[in-house]
Design a protein around this ligand. Sequence first.
Ligand code: DGL
Length: 270
Amino acid sequence: MKRLSEASRAIGVFDSGVGGLTVFKALRRELPREKLVYFGDTARVPYGTKTKESVTRFSLEIAHFLEKRGIKLLVVACNTASSLALAALKRELDIPVIGVIRPAVRAAASLSRTGTIGLIGTEATVASGAYQRALSTIVRGDRIVARPCPLFVSLVEEGWWDRPVVRMVAEEYLAPLKRSKMDALILGCTHYPMLAPLLQRVVGPKVRLVDSARETALEVRAVLESKGLLRRAGTGSDLFFVTDGAVRVKRLARRFLGGRSPRVHVARLG
Ligand code: DGL
C-alpha cells in the first residue's frame, strides 16, 4: 500500500530557466501517467556563467521547494546544475536524484567507434570537467573534445532554430571539433536539442548526435521501475513554477513544448 501512494507522487524537474522543457517534454512522452512538476529559475538564469557555489545554492533552494511538495524523484534538467551541483543534491536529498550527464555519456560511449566524443555546452559545464569524469567511469581510453557554445541559448530562446546566422555561429563553434576524430556529439545543454537538425547538417551524417533529454527520460523510467515507483495507472498532470517572468515563459513554453500554452505559477523561494 505504501508503495502505491509513493508511486502516485510527482516527479520534480528543474532547470535554470525554460531550456529544461526539452527534458520535460521527453519525460512526458516517456512517462505519460506521471505527475510532473517543473521549476524554472528564470529570475537567476543563466547558470552557465556562474560559479559552482552559486549554482549549488540555487539548486538546493529549488530542490527543497520541490521536496516540500512531496516529490518522489528529482530530475536535474539543467546540464550546468548537473555538472556543478549534482553531488550536493544527492547528499542533501533522501529521494533519487538524476542528472543529465551520465545518461548522455553512456549513450555517446556506446555509439562512438573512434573513441572521440564531442561535447558542447555552457562555459561552466565545459570547464567543470564533469562529462570527462563521467566518461572515465564508464569506458577507459575514450576522450572528450569540448567547446562551450554560449550564444546558442539566446538564439534558441529567440526562436531562431534554423536561420543562416545560426548556421554561421555553429560552423564557427564546431570547426575545432570537426577537425578531430569525433563521431558522436553530446548536446550538453538544455537548449541545444532544438538546434539538432541544423547541427546535424553542420557536423555531417557520420557524427551521431546525443540528445541528453531523451537519454535522461529513459534513465528516469528505468530508476522508477527498479524502485517500484513507476505510476502504472491514472493520467499524467503538469504543473509549472518559475521565479520570474511568467508571461514570457508561457510564450516560450508553447514553443518548446509544441503548441501547448501551460499555466505558469510564480514561486517564492526561501
Ligand atoms: N540550462 C542551462 C544548461 O543546460 C543553459 C542555460 C543557462 O546557462 O542557465 O546548461
